[in-house]
Design a protein around this ligand. Structure first.
Ligand SMILES: [Zn+2]
Length: 128
């Protein structure tokens, strides 16, 4: 994810995370980057055909959608009003990557019925 958001900056990058949810813990096993149809530095919209393909890939591998990531190349490390309004998956973690200096860092949130809560992340450097 870090490489993806870095390469696509200053446009917002986005993508989907497939994995497993067990006992309230989310484990990401597969990262699928997606085209930001808006090609915008301030907004994102996942290409719906790529989203459908990602869901089919997850299903074929026995995974479910556990997260959606996108980047805020200009910050902040918090969902925008648009992100909150367009958060259609209450069960997933929304990851937001922000650039501070030349380093990217990631914050996680749940967005349920317009209510944003911070999620605890356990990031592992795996090159994805
Ligand atoms: Zn956003």
């Amino acid at each position: 994810m870090r490489a993806d958001v870095s390469q696509r900056s200053p446009e917002e990058a986005c993508g989907m995370l497939g994995g497993r949810i067990e006992g309230g813990a989310y484990e990401t096993l597969l990262v699928i980057p997606a085209t930001n149809m808006l090609h915008s530095p301030a907004r994102y919209r996942i290409d719906p055909q790529e989203q459908l393909a990602a869901f089919m890939t997850f299903e074929a591998q026995g995974l479910e959608l556990v997260g959606i990531y996108h980047s805020h190349p200009q910050g902040p490390a918090y969902p925008s009003p648009t992100d909150i309004a367009e958060a259609y998956y209450p069960e997933v973690i929304y990851l937001i990557w922000v650039k501070q200096g030349d380093k990217w860092s990631c914050s996680g949130f749940t967005i349920r019925a317009g209510r944003v809560q911070t999620a605890v992340l356990d990031m592992v450097e795996s090159g994805v």
